[in-house]
Design a protein around this ligand. Structure first.
Ligand code: SAH
Length: 400
């Protein structure tokens, strides 16, 4: 087997069970030449003194040169490991997640599958939608698909490995069916009593932002009688939740016409009053300014923008963008109103996000109360060893 020996002192993060091994930590790689060029090959990782550290998946082209499968010397990387981990991931979701049939079944590193995302839509007759984002899970694709089908009883598996992170692993972008029936049109899921159409083949990521489930529920609980503004609405996740919760009106803004069209159809799908819902195909930054100039105001505002900072060197620019929309959001909010504001940038910590929002509140001369700190749902588990898994953070603010 291929063996990686680390430089002295570079074993520390692996001893803390952090799964990533960077080239700068590696002293030497020993093995047959054909193994050294094989993406996803299992590699033994040793400390400088020869101690066992981990078995990992080797990725010759990636900046993350290897990702640990296991820190247990007695645990081989085989079909049984794959099956065991899928079983655990499923059992955990069955215990931790309710009121939905849109579930993140595998959340990468947190489930012992570095680089793998699997979302399960619409039960056994629905679809498992996979993103293979590292050489390791790519190499075990067939075994993973078999285990997913066996454990869930859902025979339909679709691949959405079209995220650009694949290119950093030297993997091509691919989409298409891996097993069973291919999605034909939209798949309908039901979350907290609301029906949503999901476009598995061409929607964002795997089609739906499952991570906001609990936060959509919070908005549902607070929406009664309120005028709601949902910025970066995509297919109307928060908008539909607000309508279900009895909102008086909901304005939803997004720059994707296709997403808005699904949002509008979602209103009909639920039998909600379409006259209460306006869908604007527009740029949020410009529209917030226009609303301010027109003297408009709302009782509940949601700001759930795309990832503004994709890398640490974009944090400063992203911080300005977050501050900008939060400042205007707070200005547009009526007294007694609620702001639900989010960042899904992994490079921006919850602490930093709160500071940015505090800066916006200060400039807006609002002494906002933080009613809650928000995060992704339980099917996106955060682990103590992998802080990178905590990417979604948010605040529920009250304007006095
Ligand atoms: N809140 C949504 C997910 C939002 S994803 C949900 O719960 O489902 C971010 C969305 O922002 C995407 O739909 C994208 O089309 C949109 N977007 C990105 N930049 C934008 C801009 N400048 N103005 C309006 N929408 C934008």
């Amino acid at each position: 087997m291929l063996t990686i020996t680390l430089k002295p002192g570079k074993e520390k993060s692996l001893l803390r069970r952090h799964p990533w091994i960077f080239p700068t930590a590696i002293d030497r790689i020993e093995g047959k030449p054909e193994e050294k060029n094989k993406p996803g090959a299992t590699v033994l990782v040793r400390a400088a003194d020869g101690r066992f550290l981990a078995r990992a998946a080797y990725s010759p082209k990636s900046q993350i040169r290897a990702r640990a499968w296991s820190f247990d010397e007695n645990e081989p990387v085989d079909h049984a490991l794959i099956k065991r981990r899928v079983k655990h991931a499923l059992a955990y979701r069955m215990a931790a997640v309710r009121d939905t049939d849109a579930i993140r079944l595998i959340f990468g590193e947190a489930d012992g599958f570095p680089g793998l995302v699997v979302d399960w839509y619409a039960g056994r007759d629905g679809y498992l939608v996979c993103q293979f984002q590292s050489a390791g899970v790519e190499a075990w694709k067939t075994a993973i698909v078999q285990a997913l089908i066996a454990e869930t009883g859902c025979p339909n598996v679709y691949e959405r490995s079209d995220a650009s992170v694949r290119e950093r692993e030297g993997l091509p972008l691919v989409t298409g069916p891996l097993a069973g029936r291919e999605p034909d049109g939209e798949t309908v899921v039901t979350e907290n009593g609301v029906r949503y159409a999901v476009d598995i083949k061409t929607g964002h990521k795997t089609g739906f932002y499952i991570d906001q489930r609990d936060n959509r529920r919070l908005v549902m609980e607070q929406a009664a009688g309120r005028d709601v503004l949902n910025c970066f609405c995509y297919t109307g996740g928060f908008s539909l939740a607000a309508l279900k919760g009895g909102a008086q009106s909901v304005v939803s803004i997004d720059s994707s016409g296709e997403a808005l069209a699904i949002g509008e159809r979602n209103v009909a799908l639920n039998g909600f009053d379409a006259t209460k819902a306006a869908w604007w195909d527009a740029d949020v930054f410009k529209t917030l300014r226009a609303l301010r100039e027109q003297g408009k105001s709302f009782d509940l505002i949601v700001l759930d923008p795309p990832k503004f900072a994709a890398a640490p060197d974009q944090v400063e620019r992203a911080a300005r963008a977050y501050k900008d929309i939060n400042l205007i959001g707070l200005q547009l909010l009526r007294a007694g109103g609620l702001l639900f504001t989010y960042s899904c940038s992994g490079a921006i910590s919850a602490d930093l996000f709160q500071k940015i929002v505090a800066g916006a509140a200060n400039d807006a001369r609002v002494d906002a109360r933080i009613l809650r700190r928000l995060s992704a749902g339980a099917d996106h588990p955060m682990t103590t060893s992998f802080p990178e898994g905590e990417y979604l953070k948010g605040l529920m603010l009250h304007k006095p």
